[in-house]
Structures are given as structure tokens and as C-alpha cells.
Design a protein around this ligand. Structure first.
Ligand code: PHE
Length: 462
């Protein structure tokens, strides 16, 4: 426990470590990690399949009671240790086995990237087609065929994934400030602008009101424990917590960053992006009588038919495809950065070699997901393809378990005094209620809730 004092934001652990340049840069880079396919691909599809507003309310509760406290915890630990996910626990907890949380996070980063880069690859592949307009048709049979042609071709499945890896690999190569922070600064405002433009189009269609009602009027009869597990998994996935991305980013935070305020802003802005994405899709879907409950294929099969139905659909489909391609970039940066930083911090390889090894590893693990609709379509574990399995075990098991262990670590090992010291930046931010409330959450509320949802959602209590 002695090590803690040595690393307390002093020169010791911070020497030579790159940091985000400005307080706004910290918020934007972190928001860049949170915003992603979670908002554009997962949120609308699980909301559609779980009955709309009721699901959103549960998701909101999970975000506030679980996601946010875990995000704050991770950022505190990262800033305190100024180290990657694995080294953080070695520094703060010495020879105890807590570092296994970091190791789990390292594994999660690979498993998430495996399917994430594939979905991002499909989106990239849709951009030229949005411009040419060849998939813009109101006939779902045609959009289904176009999507199937793309994903069942092993060569194109791998190539699109490699293109995505090359793009994000290059940004990471440029470093924490020039790469991650600057990219977020440029891309996030563009993303918001595009979303708002598409929202206006969707909301001004005749009949759009039914879609808005679907998003806002809760019907709890549709909700199941599996749906609640989904909501919890989504809240972790959305805020990029439970696997150490926020520990890694926290290690680049400035010493005077107000962490609770930063995390809350990121959470709210991310929620806004999800709602804006929902408003881009559901009102338009309902306006044309298209059922939006399609699940993961919603983005690629249903959405083109929605845009094909509306006036000036081609222009708006291009804008939508661009925003969908922009959204996941910051998230992928944080996933790769988590792995690269851990490899760099735990070995003598150096940053560039760690990056190359990570990219090679991602291409290897990623190919299992990329080929899930072609060569590996019959390779199933627990009835799922690798693609679905990686998605399910990371969102619904690894991230919640990681979050649970993190809460336990902060509340029961790290303890109240150090948490207060870190949360208040050594006493400069005075807010005793916040400190006590936060500590109570991570000590009792969040862990118990995570456990209940996890066990029930997996059917282990019934
Ligand atoms: N938050 C990202 C999204 O919503 C995904 C992500 C998960 C990124 C975990 C980093 C770590 O798309």
C-alpha cells in the first residue's frame, strides 16, 4: 500500500507520459471513446427489439447507477497511477491479484475490437454505395441481398476490417495529443452537426410522431430480465467502462481535471447522441410504416429502405452513412490505446512495436468475427458464431464483471480516504456530499445491482 503515496500525481509516475493538452480536450477525447457504434448500431436496434421507451428508462437507470460510478472510479485510478490498466493495479495494490481486472480488460479490448472493427468496416463499405445510390431502394429484399453479399464474402469481410485497422492504427501512431485528442476535436462537432441535420429531416416527415412516442412512451410489458441485462451491458459498453479504457485515458488526464464533472458531462453528451440517433431513425421508420425491430441488421438492411422512402433520401443517406462512419473512430482509438498502453507498460517493446503487435493480434482475433458469416458460419460456441459470442460475452459478462470488481477494489481495498483525496483533487474541490454519495454507490449500490442483473439476466437465479 506504500506505493500509493509515491505515485500520487507527483513527478514520479508521470515523467515522460504524454497527456491530453487541455481540459476540453480531455472531455472530447473521453466523449470520443464513449460515442460509437453503441449509439448508432446497438442503441437503436436493442431499443427497437425491447419495446422502446421502457428499455430506455432502464438503460438510463443503469447508466446513472452503474456506468457513471464505474467511469469515475476508472478515471480516478488511472490518473492516480499514471499507468495502463494492468500496471495501475500493480502500482496501487502491489502483489495482490487485483491486476487480474486489468488483464481481463486487456482481453476485452481484443474481443470488442474483433467484432467492432468488422461492423465499422461494413459501414465504411457502405459509403461509396451511398454516393452511388445502388443500395437505396424501398425493397428490403434488395437491401438484404446487398448486405448478405458483403458479409458472406470472406475476402471483402477481411479487407474492410484491415482498412479500419489501418486507419485507427495510423491515428494511434500519431500519439495521445496529436492522434487521439485532435481527432476527437475535429470529428465530434461534425458528428453532432450531421446528426442534427438528419434529425430535422426525420422529425419533419408526416407521421413522425408515432416514432417519437415509441421512444418516449414506456410500455413495460415488453421488458424481460434478458432485456434488463442488455440495458446494463449497453450502459457499460456505451460509456466504455469495465475494461480499463477509462483507466488508460484517466492516466492522460491533467492533475487538476475535475473528474466527476468530466465523467458526468461525457455521460450526458453520450446520452444525447444516442437519443439523437434514435430520433434520426425511429420517426422516419414509423412515418413509412417500417417496423424498426430488426436487431443488429437494422442499420444495414432496414435503414437504407427508410431513406429510400423519403424526399431527398439520397442526400440524407449519404450524410447518415458519413456520421455512422465517423462515430466509431474515437471508440476504436480508445480500445486500441488500452491494449497498446498495456503492452507498452508491461514490456520493453516500446510504443511503436506494441502498436504493431496489437494490430497484428487484432487482425488475427478479428478474422474470427469477420469470417463469422462466411467460412466460419458453422463454427459455433453456445449456439453463437464468434461474432455474436464476442459481442455477448464482452457486453453482457466481461464488462459488468469488470465493473463489479472495480467498484469492490475502490470501495473495499483502496478505501475512503484515498478516494476522497483523488475525487477532490487533494481537497481543492470541496464537496463532501458528492464524496460520500459516490463512495456509498461504489461500496454497496452498484456492486449489488450489477450482481442481481447479471445473475438474473443469465438465468442463474430462476
Ligand atoms: N463506447 C463505445 C461505443 O459505444 C464502445 C467501447 C466499449 C469503446 C468499450 C471502448 C471500450 O461504441
Amino acid at each position: 500500500m506504500q506505493e500509493v503515496n509515491e505515485t500520487t500525481t507527483g513527478a514520479q509516475g508521470t515523467r515522460g507520459r504524454e497527456k491530453f493538452a487541455t481540459a476540453l480536450g480531455v472531455v472530447l477525447a473521453t466523449l470520443g471513446s464513449a460515442v460509437g457504434l453503441g449509439n448508432i448500431w446497438k442503441f437503436p436496434s436493442v431499443t427497437g427489439t425491447n419495446g422502446g421507451a421502457a428499455f430506455i428508462l432502464v438503460y438510463l437507470a443503469c447508466t446513472l447507477l452503474l456506468g457513471l460510478p464505474v467511469m469515475i472510479s476508472e478515471q480516478l485510478l488511472g490518473r492516480e497511477s499514471r499507468a495502463d490498466t494492468i500496471t495501475t493495479f500493480r502500482k496501487l495494490a502491489g502483489k495482490t491479484p487485483w491486476w487480474i481486472i486489468g488483464l481481463m480488460g486487456f482481453a476485452s479490448a481484443f474481443l470488442i475490437m474483433a467484432f467492432y472493427t468488422e461492423v465499422a468496416g461494413w459501414i465504411f463499405a457502405y459509403i461509396p454505395r451511398a454516393f452511388s445510390g445502388d443500395i437505396l431502394t424501398t425493397d428490403p429484399a434488395v437491401t438484404t441481398r446487398a448486405f448478405n453479399d458483403l458479409v458472406t464474402n470472406p475476402v471483402s469481410s477481411l479487407v474492410v476490417q484491415w482498412i479500419v485497422l489501418a486507419v485507427v492504427g495510423f491515428i494511434i501512431f500519431r500519439g495521445v495529443q496529436k492522434g487521439i485528442e485532435n481527432t476527437a476535436r475535429v470529428l465530434l462537432p461534425i458528428l453532432f452537426l450531421l446528426l442534427i441535420v438528419v434529425d430535422i429531416r426525420s422529425l419533419t416527415l408526416p407521421g413522425a410522431g408515432k416514432g417519437v412516442a415509441f421512444l418516449l412512451r414506456p410500455d413495460f410489458s415488453q421488458l424481460t430480465w434478458a432485456g434488463v441485462l442488455n440495458a446494463m451491458g449497453l450502459s457499460f459498453f456505451k460509456l466504455s467502462v469495465g475494461m480499463g479504457a477509462m483507466i488508460t485515458y484517466g492516466s492522460y488526464f491533467r492533475d487538476d481535471q475535475n473528474i466527476p464533472a468530466t465523467a458526468s458531462r461525457v455521460m450526458l453528451a453520450d446520452l444525447l447522441v444516442s437519443i439523437l440517433a434514435g430520433l434520426a431513425i425511429f420517426p422516419a421508420a414509423f412515418a413509412f410504416g417500417i417496423q424498426p425491430d430488426a436487431g443488429p441488421s437494422l442499420l444495414f438492411i432496414t435503414i437504407p429502405t427508410i431513406f429510400a422512402s423519403m424526399p431527398m433520401g439520397r442526400v440524407f443517406f449519404i450524410l447518415f452513412s458519413l456520421l455512422a462512419a465517423i462515430a466509431p473512430i474515437g471508440a476504436m482509438l480508445s480500445l486500441i490505446e488500452t491494449a497498446v498502453a498495456a503492452l507498452d507498460g508491461g514490456t520493453k517493446l516500446g510504443r511503436n512495436k506494441s502498436l504493431l503487435i496489437t494490430l497484428a493480434g487484432l487482425a488475427a482475433v478479428g478474422s474470427l468475427a469477420a469470417l463469422s458469416n462466411s467460412l466460419l458460419a458453422d463454427a459455433r460456441l453456445f449456439g453463437m458464431t464468434f461474432f455474436d459470442l464476442f459481442d455477448f460475452i464482452t457486453s453482457n459478462i466481461l464488462l459488468p464483471v469488470g465493473g463489479l470488481l472495480l467498484c469492490l477494489f475502490v470501495a473495499w481495498y483502496w478505501g475512503f480516504d484515498r478516494t476522497r483525496d483523488s475525487l477532490t483533487n487533494g481537497g481543492t474541490i470541496r464537496n463532501e456530499t458528492l464524496v460520500r454519495g459516490f463512495f456509498f454507490m461504489v461500496r454497496f449500490v452498484s456492486p449489488v445491482l450489477i450482481l442481481i442483473v447479471l445473475l438474473n439476466g443469465l438465468g442463474l437465479l430462476s
